[in-house]
Design a protein around this ligand. Structure first.
Ligand SMILES: Nc1ncnc2c1ncn2[C@@H]1O[C@H](COP(=O)(O)OP(=O)(O)OP(=O)(O)O)[C@@H](O)[C@H]1O
Length: 143
C-alpha cells in the first residue's frame, strides 16, 4: 500500500503514476467522503488519457461514457444515489466490468454483492483545504 499527500497541482503527475501502478487492472474504485476529491482525480486521469469530451460528475446517470483521442472507451460510475444493488445489474454493470475498458467507480460501497473481486483501490482523505491524502493498493479477493 502506498500513501502520500498531494495538492491540486500534483494531479497530472499523480494520474500518470496511478495509471502506471494499476498496470492491467481496469477496474478502479475510489473511496472518500464528499468533497474528498474523487471526481477531481477522475477528471485528471481522463485528462491524462486524453478524453475528448469534458468530464463532469454524473449527477443524472449512474454511468457516463467517455472516449479518448485514441478511440479508447472509459466508464465513470457514480453509485451514490443507488439504493438497491439490483439497479446496477439492470444497467449491465457486469458487462461493463468485463468489457476490458477502464471502469472508474465512485461509491462502490452501494454495489453490495456486485463489487468485483479484483480491483485497484484508491482512498482519498481531506487533510486541509488544499491538501489531500491518497492511499492506493491492488485488491484481490479471489486469491
Ligand atoms: N489536493 C486536492 N485534490 C483534489 N481536490 C482538491 C484539492 N484541493 C482542493 N480541492 C477541491 O476539493 C473539491 C473536491 O471535490 P470533488 O467533487 O472532486 O470531490 P468528490 O470526492 O468527488 O465529492 P462528491 O462525492 O461530492 O462528488 C474541489 O472543489 C477541488 O477543487
Amino acid at each position: 500500500m502506498i500513501e502520500k499527500e498531494y495538492l491540486l497541482g500534483d494531479l497530472p503527475s499523480l494520474s500518470e503514476e496511478l495509471l502506471s501502478v494499476a498496470g492491467k487492472e481496469r477496474i478502479w474504485i475510489f473511496q472518500g467522503q464528499m468533497g474528498a476529491g474523487k471526481t477531481t482525480m477522475i477528471k485528471a486521469i481522463c485528462d491524462h488519457l486524453q478524453v475528448v469530451d469534458p468530464v463532469s460528475s454524473p449527477t443524472f446517470g449512474i454511468v457516463n461514457h467517455y472516449e479518448t483521442a485514441q478511440g479508447q472507451t472509459l466508464y465513470h460510475f457514480d453509485f451514490y444515489r443507488m439504493e438497491d444493488p439490483m439497479e446496477a445489474l439492470d444497467i449491465g454493470v457486469e458487462e461493463y466490468f468485463h468489457s476490458g475498458n477502464y471502469c472508474l467507480i465512485e461509491w462502490a460501497e452501494n454495489l453490495g454483492g456486485f463489487i468485483p473481486e479484483q480491483f485497484f483501490l484508491i482512498k482519498l482523505e481531506v487533510l486541509s483545504e488544499d491538501k489531500r491524502k491518497i492511499t492506493y493498493q491492488h485488491i484481490d479477493y479471489a486469491h
